[in-house]
Design a protein around this ligand. Structure first.
Ligand SMILES: [Mg+2]
Length: 231
């Protein structure tokens, strides 16, 4: 079997952080824009951090030029606020995921990375309490691009820089809990593995026709099989 580049989403896939990131972002938006927008009814699933800021602030009437002007400082303050607010007890791993990540990291058939809408420092802060940072040597983040659909190509480039291997097509596997995780690799023809541990129901994920669909990762062997796919 050729080696797989396996890219994990974080929120809803590896862990939940008890709404602490949404709260930290909301407080930062109030500070920077005077409003947190309609964040209570906003769907964060599969969005990048800068995209979340833009969509929330557009809805309350800010023009893109003004959002762009305030965005770098907003993201900097949000990142600092999250690092300050997030306690280890806020972070809950999804069933089976810790054992799965360790198993994949030890598997010679796998090169493991992240593909997440989180800013890189936020991703690392969230993974810290689970001790999973050493397992993910590289990734593509919301700090690399506002558009999640651009992130798979970034991850492939990082993997090349990191390992010297050029991954393409179905040897790239995106594992995530939202429809955007399933869709974002389509233009590159990657393998998409959806897991119904986030806010998106199994039925909604099934409608996206992912290559594999899991309820959760509690069956490690079945999860590895679903992720690696056919030889
Ligand atoms: Mg997610």
């Amino acid at each position: 079997m050729s080696q797989r580049l396996v890219l994990f989403d974080i929120d809803g896939t590896i862990l939940s952080s008890s709404g602490v990131s949404a709260q930290a972002l909301g407080e930062t938006l109030v500070e920077m824009f005077g409003s947190d927008g309609y964040s209570a009814r906003y769907d964060y699933s599969g969005k990048t951090d800068p995209q979340i800021v833009r969509e929330l602030m557009r809805e309350v009437g800010f023009e893109d030029a003004e959002i762009d002007r305030r965005l770098p400082e907003t993201l900097r303050r949000y990142s600092a606020r999250l690092a300050e607010a997030l306690r280890p007890e806020h972070v809950s791993p999804k069933p089976g995921v810790t054992a799965l990540v360790h198993a994949l990291a030890e598997d010679p058939r796998v090169c493991l990375g992240l593909l997440t809408g989180n800013l890189e420092p936020c991703a690392r802060v969230k993974l810290g309490p689970l001790d999973l940072n050493p397992r993910f040597g590289f990734g593509a983040y919301g700090s690399d691009h506002e558009d999640r659909y651009q992130l798979p190509a970034v991850a492939v480039k990082r993997a090349l820089d990191h390992t010297g291997r050029a991954f393409a097509g179905k040897t790239v596997v995106i594992v995530g809990d939202s429809i955007h995780d399933v869709r974002c690799g389509q233009s590159l023809g990657v393998r998409a593995v959806a897991v119904a541990t986030g806010k998106t129901s199994r039925a909604v994920l099934a409608a996206e026709a992912p290559d594999a669909l899991l309820g959760d990762f509690s069956d490690i062997e079945a999860s590895i099989e679903a992720i690696l796919g056919p030889a």
